[in-house]
Design a protein. Sequence first.
Length: 183
Amino acid sequence: MPIDFLIPFVTIGLAELLDKSQLSILLLSSRTKNYFQLFLGVRLAFLLVDGSAVLLGSYVQTIMPAWLLKSLAAILFIIFGILTLRQSNTDKASSISPKNILLTSFSMVALAEFGDKTQIATALFATKFDPFLVLLGVLSTLAILTLITIIVGQLILKSVSKRTINKVAGIVFILLGILFLFV
């Protein structure tokens, strides 16, 4: 296996373990049964974020100021957290609709990952190694992590009530949003 693929695959895979995007995927997967659309939304977000990193190298950060991206991500996470908490207080602690899960997963992961350490690392790898193999390595490791995270979310859904999941998810999303504002 070429080093141009292997180094980004291992490095990004390790960096993404328990990262905010993986936590978001876990929480979303525990609130939906539309796993394919969740996976598709996440994959499209990673393709956009990491594809742009590969295409533009380290220039990605100058497209939009990091503070603006972090602020947008923070607002999105806080709004999603509030809506989730409100939903948990109703009798219908429902799951996310198929149409919304694609858009929700895409927007949450894309905003969370723009300017993130893994996007910057991907951009740097693309300046040193074959950009195509870097992108292939990064997208491969993120696909594996996403699948594992969705499976764990399914297991949580089977063993914990939706109301409890909604409360925990709402609180975690709000905390992540607040964290985005200060970090």
